[in-house]
Design a protein around this ligand. Sequence first.
Ligand SMILES: NC(=O)c1ccc[n+]([C@@H]2O[C@H](COP(=O)([O-])OP(=O)(O)OC[C@H]3O[C@@H](n4cnc5c(N)ncnc54)[C@H](O)[C@@H]3O)[C@@H](O)[C@H]2O)c1
Length: 260
Amino acid sequence: MAAKLEGKIALITGAAQGIGLAVATRYAAEGATVVLADIDGDAAQAAAENIGGSASAITADAGDEGQTAALIAEIVDQHGGLDIAVANAGVALVAPAVGMSLEDWRKVTSINLDGVFLTLTHAAGAMAASGGGALITIASVSGQAGSPLIGAYASAKAGAINLTQTIAVEMRDHGIRANAICPGFIDTDMVKPHKQTFADALGLEAMGIPDFDAFIGMKQGRYGKETEVAALATFLAGDRAGFCTAGVYNLDGGLRAGLL
Ligand SMILES: NC(=O)c1ccc[n+]([C@@H]2O[C@H](COP(=O)([O-])OP(=O)(O)OC[C@H]3O[C@@H](n4cnc5c(N)ncnc54)[C@H](O)[C@@H]3O)[C@@H](O)[C@H]2O)c1
């Protein structure tokens, strides 16, 4: 079978590790030329070398408009266009919303919402100039429900989902599709340091649930894999998803749907 993304130029933000790295790796395997952007330029460079082929890395803070605009201009300049952009860069903060400082709120929303806005709007501008493309936002199921302890994160994800759908409708006539992927818990470095905090706050021990991993097993069967997010992101980026736009795709083992 032909590779799904042959000849496409793809930008993935926050691609040095975790979900972004899995997406970049899969896109490259499907024939795309991938550009891994990350605030940690050394890690992105090492990741691009590991992928090999035409993969390359650029240091860029997804929350900085000048850096994001320059990143996209450089890709268009070097590769002649941009076909796929994945707004994946994100940070987590585990703390109640009540009592949170505005500074902490903005640490999260400036990347998880403002950063998504910057990537999508600048990428859409470049894509519109060359006939279209695919935008993908790595949002979260937390953006679809009240989410104690991760209120800033979840509020930014809710905004990112809405923004993705808005841009999808605004840009439909320019040949640009935009979709949001909403993973449940994936066992990356974003989650690992916070397991005990979640366990304590949820009172798992008192409920006889040994730890957060066991709780996740109850709620979504198991942790999702980065490669499973990458598989959906590959479908949504490719021509087979030609009628898919403004979609919100949950990938969460049933977490969002289960009441009890
Ligand atoms: N892990 C999960 O359970 C989960 C669930 C739902 C959604 N997500 C989302 O998936 C995306 C990737 O998360 P992950 O789990 O792979 O996290 P991760 O912490 O493993 O990786 C995040 C990457 O983003 C980079 N990054 C952070 N701030 C940046 C910035 N300002 N500019 C550019 N790069 C930046 C980091 O250096 C890192 O390489 C995030 O948007 C996250 O919110 C994760």
